[in-house]
Ligand binder design. Structure first.
Ligand SMILES: [Zn+2]
Length: 344
């Protein structure tokens, strides 16, 4: 009983001295654990004379409860301290200046392609894409370009397989192969634009690159006329370059259109009076186009006696260069951030 009195007298001070939860757990094991005086006394109760057992038992219970209360109280204090410390460590100072995230943007070529495509989807055109590695059949033969045509030479076209014209494969030289592919897979009427990368055996100079982006357009329906082609391209020029733009169609030649034309647009910089942008002519060459050659319609199984159509192809780089006054095609591929940032 004296030992219990002593234990109880010292306990509050010892428990208060426990500086953290680990120290408190150690002290708790010593005071009320399996090897504590309390546990030992409990185990020895049976050996005591019968009349002493209830007295000692009650005292043990009382001491245990007092110690447990002191321990629990101290634990809740220490837990709160630990929590406060954690909160202090994790504190965020919302008044600190942050880092501005750098937000990406579309490349000027992507912006140009998207904008051109949007103008035509606004007229009801669909959008299609095709393979960059193409069969010579789709790139040339189906487009009325015979095996003897000079554009099929290795000096102009980048071949993957070269030799036997029936299984030649190449990097497509224009997006026009999709004219044949699309008509093979879709019944008329056809109104489609095809944006994509094209490849030619050209050296890099201010206006040529071995890789460039083209946007192809094809309309095939009953009673389509040259007037429809002109109206469509005039609409495009005014949407893309401004409502004041005029166009003219000059005779040209492409194997897969008849008649063929080159669309010229009145210079946006001088409004036709002649300046450096238009080399003094007042006009800017912009788009190759023409009426779809009946041979192309026949090659895909369309009835050229009932259907007619027009096609056009434009370079995305050319559109962006003319519109923004960019003087070298290399600026699109070098990806100098100082250049790209001007087109956010
Ligand atoms: Zn001009």
């Amino acid at each position: 009983m004296e030992a219990f009195d002593q234990l109880l007298a010292q306990a509050p001070a010892r428990i208060d001295l426990a500086g953290d939860l680990d120290a408190l757990a150690t002290l708790e094991a010593e005071l009320v654990g399996k090897k504590s005086l309390i546990a030992e006394t409990r185990r020895g109760l049976g050996r005591l004379p019968a009349e002493e057992r209830p007295v000692v038992g009650a005292r043990v219970h009382e001491v245990l409860r007092s110690l447990q209360e002191l321990l629990d109280h101290r634990r809740s204090v220490l837990e709160r301290v630990a929590e406060d410390r954690l909160l202090e460590q994790d504190r965020v100072d919302v008044s600190l200046g942050g880092y501005e995230p750098s937000i990406g943007m579309h490349h000027i070529l992507t912006q140009t392609v998207d904008e051109v495509v949007d103008i035509f989807t606004g007229l009801g055109y669909r959008v299609a894409s095709g393979p960059e590695v193409e069969l010579a059949w789709y790139n040339f033969d189906a487009l009325n370009t015979p095996p003897t045509h000079p554009s099929r030479l290795e000096s102009d076209t980048l071949y993957v397989e070269y030799g036997d014209p029936s299984d030649e494969m190449l990097l497509r030289t224009h997006t026009s192969p999709m004219q044949a592919r699309y008509m093979e897979q879709n019944d008329p009427p056809v109104y489609v634009v095809v944006p994509g990368r094209t490849f030619r055996a050209d050296a890099l100079d201010p206006t040529h690159s071995p890789v460039f982006y083209q946007i192809e357009g094809l309309a095939v329906d009953e009673n389509i006329t040259f007037g429809d082609l002109k109206g469509t391209l005039a609409h495009f020029a005014r949407e893309f370059f401004g409502s004041e733009r005029k166009i003219r169609l000059m005779p040209h030649f492409f194997p897969f259109t008849e008649p063929s034309a080159e669309m010229h647009m009145s210079c946006y910089a001088c409004d036709g009076s002649g300046c450096r942008v238009c080399s003094g002519s007042g006009w800017i060459e912009l788009i190759g186009c023409g009426m779809v050659d009946p041979n192309v319609l026949d090659a895909v199984g369309y009835d050229s006696s009932k259907l007619s159509g027009f096609a056009f192809g434009m370079g995305a780089e050319r559109m962006a260069m003319v519109r923004h006054g960019i003087n070298h095609i290399k600026h699109f591929y070098e990806n100098d951030i100082r250049v790209l940032r001007q087109f956010t």
